[in-house]
Design a protein around this ligand. Sequence first.
Ligand code: MG
Length: 480
Amino acid sequence: MSPDIALNHSQRGWTCTFTRVFVIALSVTFVATAAAQEPPNRPNVILIFADDLGYGDLSCYGHPTIRTPHLDRMAAEGLRFTQFYSAGIVCTPSRAALMTGRHAVRSGLSEESPRVLFPDSGGGLPESELTIAELLKQANYDTACVGKWHLGHLPQFLPTNQGFDRYLGLPYSNDMDRVPTSPKGLQAFLDPRSDYWNVPLMRDTKIVERPADQTTLTKRYAEEAVGFINEHKLGDKPFLLYLAHTMPHVPLFRSREFENVSRRGLYGDVVEEVDWSVGQVLDTLRETGLAENTLVWFTSDNGPWIVKGLQGGSAGLLRDGKGSTFEGGVREPGIAWWPGTVKPGVTTELGSTLDILPTACAMAGVELPKDRKYDGYDLSSLLKNGEASPRHEMFYYRGQDVFAVRQGPWKAHFTTQIGYGGQPEKHDPPVLYNVELDPSETTNMAKDHPDIIARLTDLAEQQKKTIEKVPSQLAIKLPE
Ligand code: MG
C-alpha cells in the first residue's frame, strides 16, 4: 500500500487517515526489519568461458557452417551482445581480468614477453588479489572452478587457494608440456593425440591424470558442472560455477560422439561439443527449477588463433585475432541468460569481462572493496531493463602498454602490431577508426578528427596514471 492511497482516502475524515498512516508506518517498519534479517535473494552465477573462440564462430554470430543450437537458444532467451570485450588478448591476462574485475596489468599478469604463464613459471595470481569467488564467499556462496585455470599452477595460486571450494581441470594450456618425441612442428596439431602433450588434469591440488585424456575433457567438464548444479537443486545455498573450457584452443580434441559431425571439420566438431556442454548446463538448470534464479554468462578469453590456419577459429568481420589489439583479438561472443530477469534481445551497448565481477557482486549484495581500483561496471540495469550501459570506453592492453582506446564509436590505436610476429608500430597521430561505422578497422579517419584524437589520448593518459607498478608474475621462473 502506498501513501497515495492514504491521501486519496483522506476526505473520509482525519481519523481514518490517521489509522491508515499508522498501519502503513507499521507495515514499513515490519518490511524494513524483515529485509534486515533475511539475506537478499542472491542468484546463482555461472560463467562459461571458451578458449580462443572467435567472434564469428557461433551460428548466432553468423558462422555459416558451425551449428550451435544450444548457444543460439541461450541467445534467443537472453541478451546477446554485439560489442562485448574480453580484457586480454591472450589467456593469462584475460583470465586475471575476469577473475578480479581489474586489468591484468594491476596484478602483474600482463607482459609483452612472456605473455602467458608456462609450466616452468613460478608466478601466478597474487593472493592479495580478490577473485569473484572470494568476494561471493562473503555472501555465503558455494564455489567451483571447472576447466582451464592458467593463473598459476603452484598450490598457492590454484583455484582452491583463490576462493574456490573445489577444482577440476588443467592448470594451464593444453598445448604445453609438449613431449619431445611427438611429431615435429604443426604435424602434431593436424592429427593430435593426447600423449603428445604431457599436461596434467588436477582435482583440487592433486594431479589425477597425466597426460590428461584430452578427448574427453569437454564431456568430463560438463559432467562435473552438472553434478555441482544438481548438488544445489534444493536452492538453499547460492553458488558460483566457473566453467572454463580447455577448447577450442589447439590442439583440438573432441569425444567420439562428436567426431566428424561438423561441416567446419575438426574445429567445428570441437565447438559443437562445447555447445552441447552449454546445453547440458542450461537443461540441468531448467530441470532442477534453478533457471529462474541463475545468471549465466557465456564468452571467450580472447579472439581466434588465426595463425593456426584451419585449426583456429574466425573473428568474422573483425580484423586480426588472438594476441592483437585489433577488434578480432578481444571482441567476443557475449551472452547473458537468466529467464524472467535478463531481458531478451540483442544489444549494441558495450560490455566487458571486467564487468562480470561487479555485476555479480551487486546482484549478490556484496560491496566491492574500496582499497583498490576496479575497471568494471555493474551492468544490472542493462541486463534487467535494457538500459544504457555504464561502460563507454575500453582500454586495449598489450603487455603493460595501452595500445588502443575506445570511447563511444571511436577507437584510437597509439601502437599497432599483428597478433603473432611483426614489430610494434607507433602512430603519431594515432590511427583512428569509427568501429561502429567500420567494425573491420579499414579506414583511418584521424586527419578529420583532431578533437577526438585529443580526447582519446587524454583518456589513455588518465588511465595510465591509475596503474601502480607491481612485480611481474610472468617473469618469475621456477628454479631449474
Ligand atoms: Mg585463449
